[in-house]
Design a protein around this ligand. Sequence first.
Ligand SMILES: [Fe+2]
Length: 355
Amino acid sequence: MHKTAAAGRYKVETDLGGSSRAAEGAWLGLNNYKRKRGQPRTLEQYKEAGFRILKWDGLETITLTDKQGIVFGVLCGQPPDSSGKTWAETCEGVTTALRQAEADLDFNGSPIIPEMSKEKAKNAKNRRGKFKTASMGVSYGGGQKIPAEWSHTEENQRVFDTLKSNPDFTRMVNWAAMFAYYAPRLYQDYVDAFLRLQQNQPELQLPIPGSIFSAISLNLGHQVVAELHKDFKNLAYGLCHICALGNFDAELSGHLILWELDLLIEFPPGSSILITSALISHGNTELQVGEERYSVIQYTAGGLFRWVEYGCRTEAQFGKEKPEEAARVWKERPERWKEAIGLFSNVSEYPKCSK
Ligand SMILES: [Fe+2]
C-alpha cells in the first residue's frame, strides 16, 4: 500500500524551491514564527479564518506537493496488518506503553520537559505546548560540543530501554521507513550522514535498529495539542515523522495545522505524517473534553548534518583547519538551497500518480 504509484496527491499553491526558507547554509530552519494575538485555536476559528481542510481517513497514502510537484510531505496511512497483529492493536500497544512510560519517568530535568502550569507557561521550556516531552537518541546543538546521545538518569534510562524493546513501539517507529519510497535521495542522505557520523563516533547508535531518524520525542500528557511552532533546529530540507495516537474524533479535533499553507489536515489516531517541520509552522487544533491524544515524533538535527559535512567538526574549526575548502563552501552557500531541494522527489519521477 505504500507504493508511490498508488499514492494520491494533494497540491498546495506554494513553491518550495522558489526562495530559501532556511537559515544560511540551508542546514537549519528560520525561527521566524511569531504567535499572534487572536490566532485561531479551534476548528471553527480556523474555518472562519479561511483555512482549507484536507479530509483524510488515515488509511490512504497521499503526497503533499508544491506547485512544481515537489513532494514535501506524505500522509503515510497505515501499514498492512501482519505478524498476527492488526495495526490498531499495535497502536493500542504503543499507547499503553506511553501511558506506562509517562507514569514511570521522572520529569525533573532535560531532556524530559515537564508539563507547564498556566502561570509558568510563558517561560516554560516546552515551547511546543502544554504537555510533557521525553526525548531519546542522538542529537547535536543546544550547547553540545560534539554529537551525543541524550543522557538520562539510570531510572529514566530503564524506562526508555523498556520502550525500545517493546515490539509495538519498534514497529511503529520503523513505519517511518515510508520515507524511503517518497524521497529516496533524501533518505539516502540521512543514511550516509549517520554512517559517516558513526565512523567518527562508533559509540553512537540510532534510537531503534532500522530507524532513519536519529532522535525520537514522546509527547505525553493525555491531551497533546501542539502550539504552532517550527522545529527550526531540525534539518531545514529534512522530514519529520509524526505519529498520532489516542482516542479522538479526527473530523472535529487534533488536526495538523500547516500555518503558512492555510491548511488543516485531519490526522486520525494510528496514522502518521511526514512533513518538513523546520520550514512550515505547525501545530494541532484543540481536542474535545475527554479526548486523549499522544504523539511520537522522529527527526534529526540539522546541526548533525552540518557537523558531518564539515568533517566531524564545528563550522569554526572547519574554517580554521581547512581555510581553502571552507572558503569554497561559504561561496557556494547561496546556491545550496536549490541543491538541497533536489534531494526531494518530484511526482513526475513516480511511475504514475492516480490523482
Ligand atoms: Fe514540531
